[in-house]
Design a protein around this ligand. Structure first.
Ligand code: NAP
Length: 343
């Protein structure tokens, strides 16, 4: 299996660097399934989108193995392959890409301002599709041993655990998926969950439960990560009995949910108590944020469904909402100028 499939990249070595002086119709920030779908739709609508995709384009699907539930791929498709296809499709219709991180935004005026280091890009509308990033337990030794046995990316790091005993933390679909995937390498995978019931879908729990290399440890939290230079074990506490035990493992993979990537927009857009961008309840403008001309799609505004296909669907909605917004703006300008001419 090829996990190194590279995304087409732009950025510094791009022949046609986006022109910072141009006022664009739309800038899209973030290149996961939501952003790339928005790019495909806005590019096909001749809105010449600039996609600022970040240094790590593709979002969470770049860390995913086989995606079996994205319609159209009856035998499944690897996450990075799916993203490479979407990227190429967006490029085919003329999306301009910039593979750098946005450093600052000012969304307040009619013309939205987006900085990438010292370069300022401006547009009438912005679509935010920055997604979400993996959570950690917050233990000191977890941080210290990150990359030395601690990981939140099974696809990136699984290979390093050939014939080793490891653990996965979490009880959702990601935990099941990662534990199952890691059995390709590890000799044993302990799946440690803090409750006695899983949040994951039944089919994914069954797949993990049926795997002879996976052992579930329920009602248990990780109190500490052990090891000096590399992980040698985890200290576990059973939350029902209070019993503390050390489990010897050489790897600990986190699959305990995500935090939305919304830091850039704090104070400028309404967010919920979990930090997700709040979008409209108007079903004809469902991706609108609290600021006119700014739209959000995908996991950055979805703390519930969080599927590749729902992200892609909301990317499409954002593109259509942008189109509608720009049309109504243009109509307002037309009406104003004909009223001025008549006066
Ligand atoms: P999730 O559904 O939010 O599950 C997170 C899990 O981590 C929960 O079981 C939670 O425990 C546990 N957890 C959270 N904080 C913890 C902490 N501090 N210590 C210990 N455990 C902690 O997240 P996810 O699994 O990443 O899934 C996110 C979304 O993506 C879901 O909608 C899921 O269906 C979807 N997804 C789908 C697929 C697929 O269909 N192929 C694959 C992956 C993800 P509690 O249950 O006790 O809260």
């Amino acid at each position: 299996m090829d996990f190194q499939l590279s995304m087409p990249k732009s950025g510094d070595d791009h022949e046609n660097k986006p022109n910072p002086d141009e006022i664009r119709e739309v800038i899209i920030i973030g290149a996961g399934p939501a952003g790339l779908t928005a790019a495909i739709y806005t590019a096909r609508a001749h809105l010449n989108p600039l996609m600022i995709e970040g240094y790590f384009s593709g979002g969470q699907l770049m860390d995913t193995t086989e995606v079996e539930n994205y319609p159209g791929f009856r035998n499944g498709i690897m996450g990075p392959d799916l993203m490479a296809e979407m990227h190429a499709q967006a490029e085919r219709f003329g999306t301009e890409f910039l593979a750098k991180d946005v450093t600052k935004v000012d969304l307040s005026g009619d013309i939205k301002k987006v900085w990438v280091e010292d370069d300022l890009f401006q547009a009438k509308t912005v679509i935010i599709s920055t997604g979400a990033t993996a959570n950690y337990l917050g233990l000191e030794n977890e941080k210290r041993l990150l990359g030395r046995g601690v990981s939140a990316c099974a696809t990136c790091d699984g290979f390093f655990f050939q014939d080793k005993e490891i653990c996965v933390i979490g009880g959702g679909d990601s935990a099941m998926e990662e534990a199952t995937f890691l059995t390709k390498f590890a000799s044993k995978v302990y799946l440690i969950h803090r409750r006695d019931q899983f949040r994951a879908s039944k089919i994914m729990v069954k797949k993990a439960a049926d795997n002879p290399k996976i052992e579930f440890i329920m009602d248990t939290v990780v109190e500490d990560v052990l090891g000096e230079d590399a992980v040698t074990g985890v200290r576990l506490k059973n939350v029902k009995t209070g019993e503390v035990t050390d489990l010897p493992v050489e790897g600990m993979f986190l699959a305990i949910g995500h935090t939305p990537a919304t830091k850039l927009f704090v104070g400028q857009l309404e967010m919920n108590d979990k930090g997700y961008i709040v979008t409209s309840t108007d079903k004809h403008n469902i991706t609108a944020t609290s600021v006119p001309g700014v739209f959000a799609c995908g996991d950055v505004q979805d703390d519930h469904y969080q599927q590749a296909i729902t992200a892609a669907g909301s990317g499409c909605q954002a593109a259509l909402d942008v189109e509608h917004f720009l049309e109504s703006q243009a109509m307002d300008v037309e009406t104003e100028s004909s009223m001025a001419a008549a006066a």
